[in-house]
Design a protein around this ligand. Structure first.
Ligand SMILES: [Zn+2]
Length: 352
């Protein structure tokens, strides 16, 4: 076996302030990565990392942004994501759109669009990190003019089948859309995956019309789950090797300093865990690919039953969220796992 550990890792400085000094706030092992590694090796592809690598999470001493350092190199991440989408979609007999998984996602996407509609009417919308195009598909049905950007070419191809339109791939700053063009840009669970969150935010500022809306959701380290993990000295399950960055209300405010923040709330992950996965939650990705495989093995009745259970679960989560929002507790404390931010590009650019 070749030892590629070194070349597959890269050291970084703080993306927000350029500082090099940080405190280690967590460590975790890449067990899931090794698993994916094995499946890639089986298919004759280069492994991503050979060993049970330990990643460290740093928090920048000057601005508070938390990030993995050293982290997987861009090349390694690229192989990981292509492998992930390959595992999830390719060679399955049931189309993704018909699966229960897609139905669950659909609920979430509908909710997200509804949230956007609280701030603005249908117009031109760019979804960054569009994946297989589910959110865009919902937006399109509701009269939005849609554009999408996706890192994985594999996912973009799937999205094209669903939407009948190509997504942009490649470098975000080179997205071929005019400046001051879009009414809304959504980035759901994107910034933590990118090597350069600043680049995404800067591009969003350029491409939005003055007064345009930016919607961002990112992992929240100022969360109840994180505090509890620290309190009981447990490993924080929110640390994932593909989540390069971890935020807090303060950090996301600094990152979006050129925007006007209209609303910042938080929520807990609403995706239910499957019974056979309850032993240990290692990685969202691994769960997802297992989930997809698992669904294909179920009978129609079983799938329907699972679907109903998940709907009940989702309804409870929504109710909880409504109660929190109603009392403004969620808004004030922002203790959920995910920060959910609505920000506006200033209506008049002061340039000089
Ligand atoms: Zn910093």
């Amino acid at each position: 076996m070749r030892h590629e550990k070194r070349t597959e890792l890269e050291y970084v400085i703080c993306n927000l302030c350029g500082n090099r000094n940080g405190n280690v706030i967590g460590e975790f092992r890449s067990r899931d990565l090794v698993d994916i590694d094995r499946s890639l090796t089986k298919r004759g592809k280069r492994p991503i990392l050979n060993s049970n690598h330990t990643f460290q999470v740093f928090r920048c001493r000057s601005c508070g942004l938390a990030f993995i350092n050293p982290r997987m190199s861009r090349a390694a991440l690229k192989r990981f994501y292509e492998g992930f989408y390959e595992g999830l979609f390719v060679g399955k007999s049931v189309s993704y759109e018909q699966s229960v998984y897609a139905v669950l996602n659909h609920e979430q996407e509908k909710g997200r669009l509804k949230d956007v509609s609280r701030f603005t009417r249908a117009g031109k919308l760019l979804d960054i990190g569009a994946g297989p195009g589910h959110f865009l598909s919902v937006a399109k049905k509701h009269g939005w003019q849609i554009y999408g950007h996706e890192y994985s070419k594999k996912a973009a191809t799937i999205a094209q089948q669903l939407l009948g339109q190509m997504l942009f791939t490649g470098k975000i700053s080179q997205i071929p859309l005019p400046d001051n063009f879009l009414d809304v840009i959504t980035m759901h669970s994107v910034l933590e995956h990118t090597s350069d969150p600043q680049e995404y935010v800067t591009t969003a500022l350029k491409k939005l019309k003055p007064g345009g809306l930016l919607v961002v959701s990112v992992p929240n380290l100022r969360s109840l789950n994180y505090f509890l993990a620290k309190l009981f000295s447990l490993p924080y399950p929110g640390f994932l090797f593909e989540h390069l960055y971890y935020f807090s209300p303060k950090v996301i405010s600094s990152l979006l300093k050129d925007f006007k923040i209209l609303e910042m709330t938080s929520y807990h992950h609403s995706r239910p865990m499957l019974p056979q996965q309850s032993q240990h939650r290692i990685s969202v990705n691994r769960n997802q690919s297992r989930f997809a495989t698992f669904l294909l093995e179920l009978s129609r009745t079983e799938r329907k039953w699972l679907y109903i259970r998940n709907r009940v679960y989702a309804a409870q989560m929504r109710l909880l969220r409504e109660i929190l929002e109603y009392h403004k507790i969620g808004g004030r404390l922002k203790l959920g796992d995910v920060l959910y931010v609505f920000a506006k590009k200033p209506a008049e650019e002061s340039q000089n």
